[in-house]
Design a protein around this ligand. Structure first.
Ligand code: SF4
Length: 347
């Protein structure tokens, strides 16, 4: 079996520490996901990712703390105002603390994310953060995944103990929803200026997105610099307008994870690579991070995703172990053990 020489050269340069160019990333994304070259791409990204991130996973968890019809109206999200069936709900502080306790129970959680709709109750978020800071193990960071916010709010969140924020200028932002792409980028600047870690992602990827569009999004992120990058496929929720396109395979998502990782090889800020939703192929293709989930989830039609498609703490630990990760990194850089569920690695 022979490998196309151009692809071989891109992968060899990556092994020497050189990130592929924009055109090279497009070539990598144009490979059929079932091809020999795509398998070599994924294997290369896997090995380089393990080396870059110290052979440690990063275990994160997210709690969706509220549900309401969202005016952003993203054509892929279960909370979009035009077609949501989910009941309005705000999770009590007690329930948030209970989820936080369960998700951090094994001493290996890096960060706990709080997710809201695009419009959110800022004061409530500050109160929840303050309560979590008192009750979570000191090693666990608190991160927000919320709508756009201004510089003052960014500073207030940081002062309240929020360590980072997930924020994305999505693929087709302003086309597949009502949001303003420039405002999304402004919020990212606000996050960084406030001194918080910026978590981001190439999302929500569907079959209709071209390699060029995906690469534009990837390079926009690395031109800024991020703490975490990722790739997420769009889930074809039955009532969502974009479900007519279907969804990409986990194998295609894994290929995109590899390209997102390799494109960030020279990004010094980059501390981990995630795949959404958690799956083995992604963890074997350059991702070292997955998220457990509880409460609201934009990819779920159930209000409590922990009872539906959301992975729990034990599910994530098992996925890590199946993919050869026995430890997860904490914010201090210390390593914590992932519970093995009886899986023994052939060391
Ligand atoms: S993805 Fe976020 S911003 Fe878009 S509709 Fe859903 S909750 Fe609102």
């Amino acid at each position: 079996m022979t490998i196309h020489t151009t692809i071989q050269s891109i992968l060899e340069q990556a092994q020497a520490g050189k990130a592929p160019t924009r055109e090279e990333c497009i070539s990598l994304l144009q490979l059929p996901e079932q091809s020999y070259e795509s398998a070599l791409l994924r294997a290369t990204a896997d090995q380089l990712s393990r080396a870059k991130f110290g052979h440690a996973g990063m275990l994160l968890a997210q709690i969706g703390i509220e549900i309401a019809p969202c005016r952003a109206n993203c054509k892929f999200c279960s909370f979009a105002r035009d077609y949501t069936d989910l009941p309005v709900h705000k999770m009590s502080v007690e329930d948030i603390l209970l989820h936080g306790k369960n998700l951090s129970a094994h001493g290996n959680l890096h960060s706990l994310f709080l997710m809201t709709m695009h419009d959110f109750d800022f004061e409530n978020l500050l109160q929840v953060t303050s309560a979590l800071k008192k009750h979570l193990p000191a090693e666990v960071d608190v991160v927000v995944n919320i709508g756009d916010f201004d510089p003052q709010q960014a500073n207030e969140l940081h002062a309240a103990g929020v360590n980072g924020a997930y924020h994305v200028r999505r693929l087709r932002e302003g086309i597949d929803n009502t949001l303003d792409a420039e405002e999304r980028l402004q919020t990212i600047e606000n996050i960084r200026k406030a001194g918080m870690d910026w978590y981001t992602c190439c999302e929500p990827i569907g079959p209709e997105h071209s390699p060029q569009e995906i690469v534009d999004q990837i390079f926009e992120v690395y031109a800024i610099g991020c703490f975490q990058n990722a790739a997420m496929r769009r889930v074809a929720l039955p009532k969502s307008p974009l479900s007519r396109h279907g969804q990409i395979s986990e194998l295609r998502l894994a290929q995109i994870v590899s390209v997102v990782f390799l494109a960030g090889l020279e990004c010094k800020e980059l501390k981990s690579m995630a795949v959404h939703e958690p799956n083995e192929l992604g963890l074997l293709s350059g991702a070292n991070c997955i998220y457990a989930e509880a409460g609201a989830n934009p990819r779920d039609t159930e209000a409590q995703t922990e009872r539906s498609r959301g992975c729990g703490l034990a599910d994530c630990e098992r996925l890590f172990m199946e993919c050869g990760y026995a430890q997860s990194v904490l914010p201090s850089g210390k390593l914590a053990t992932l519970q093995s569920n009886g899986i023994q690695l052939f060391a």
